[in-house]
Ligand binder design. Structure first.
Ligand code: NCD
Ligand code: ZN
Length: 333
């Protein structure tokens, strides 16, 4: 039986850290597991200017030395080539496309791909990654990802050299679309969409801590994601979409979407990959394919996981991590 796993230090290709002061604690929590993370720009105020890219990077780096934030900006209508160029010069690697009203802090998102066509053209020219939250917010909640796919396909067709990451793919339809598109279109997969379903939210007592956008789906969707990830496809890499919200709000009458999954991600993934007998696929998924897609060197150094019980903390900086208080069978050495 595998008791120890050593892998190259991993990357989290989709992370929400919020604003200071909480961001400091969330960054330190991620730094225990990950060398780098693609940090999402849906803060308040959003990361839309070169100055904010630089300031946010400095805040995160100061809070968690040794942890490298990979910066993004939020695409908003009216951004032109000049703005994109300046954001790229400030060090942003990706621009995030939130359909207007699709998720947390997306009220000022993109109403239609046409409204950001100039920005997308410049991102394509500069080699920036387009990171997409792929949901049509007016569709029924379980169908939102599938309903967005024509938009994804339209963007990929209009911008054949644009690197696109379809974030947190959650459905069979979304997965099939990404796999069918050319190599410059990839997807992040979260640990929660890989292991859980709608039953974990609403199949028994209501569990708001499993509520996120896109919503967890059917067992068939989870199983398709598992098969695809185990097949070691370089188009599929890990992005936690770890998205902490205060416990009070998550347990209130209008719970926001978001699962604080980063602290438990590697132990849960270790259990999944070892259980499937595919430890090599684990390293590709968390430490290699994401960096390759972004054109980054892989991290130096290794991380060790051991088969030893670990109790997930009840709370970190006012937010409850995924599976808070329960005991997992793998832990970080
Ligand atoms: C994220 C958040 O809270 O910022 N929420 C979520 O449910 N995943 C935003 C996002 O990625 O949709
Ligand atoms: Zn997200």
């Amino acid at each position: 039986m595998t008791e120890t796993i050593k892998i190259r230090r991993p990357d989290d290709m989709h992370l929400h850290l919020r604003n200071v002061p909480e961001a400091a604690a969330f960054a330190r929590a991620s730094a225990l597991s990950f060398a780098r993370a693609v940090v999402m720009p849906n803060t308040l105020p959003p990361v839309t200017t070169p100055g904010r890219v630089e300031r946010y990077r400095e805040e995160i780096s100061a809070a968690a030395p040794g942890f490298t934030p990979l910066m993004t900006f939020k695409l908003v209508p009216g951004m032109g080539a000049k703005e994109i160029e300046a954001l790229s010069r400030a060090g942003a690697l990706a621009g995030k496309y939130y359909p207007a009203n699709a998720t947390t802090n997306a009220e000022d998102g993109v109403p239609s791909p046409e409204s950001v066509a100039k920005a997308l053209g410049e991102m394509e020219r500069l080699g920036l990654v387009l990171s997409i939250h792929g949901e049509l917010p007016t569709a029924f909640c379980l169908d939102r990802e599938a309903a967005f796919l024509p938009v994804l396909e339209g963007i990929a067709e209009a911008h054949p050299d644009l690197k696109i990451v379809f974030e947190h793919v959650s459905s069979r339809e979304g997965l099939a679309a990404v796999l069918a598109l050319p190599r410059n279109v990839a997807a992040t997969v979260t640990v929660h969409h890989l292991l859980f379903t709608l039953d974990d939210i609403a199949g028994g007592a209501l569990s708001p801590h499993f509520f996120c956008k896109p919503i967890l789906k059917r067992p068939e969707d989870r199983d398709a994601l598992q098969r695809a990830v185990l097949s070691r496809n370089p188009k599929l890499f890990f992005g936690s979409d770890s998205a902490p919200h205060p416990i009070k709000r998550k347990e209130g009458p209008k719970a926001p979407g978001g699962i604080f999954s980063a602290p438990a991600a590697l132990p849960l993934l270790a259990e999944f990959f070892v259980g499937a007998g595919k430890v090599d696929a684990f390293e590709d998924f968390v430490s290699r394919f994401g960096a390759e897609f972004y054109g980054l060197e892989p991290n130096e150094g290794q991380i060790t996981l051991v088969r030893e019980p670990w109790r997930v903390p009840d709370e970190i900086a006012g937010a409850a991590p995924l599976l808070a208080g329960s005991t997992l069978s793998w832990s970080l050495a």
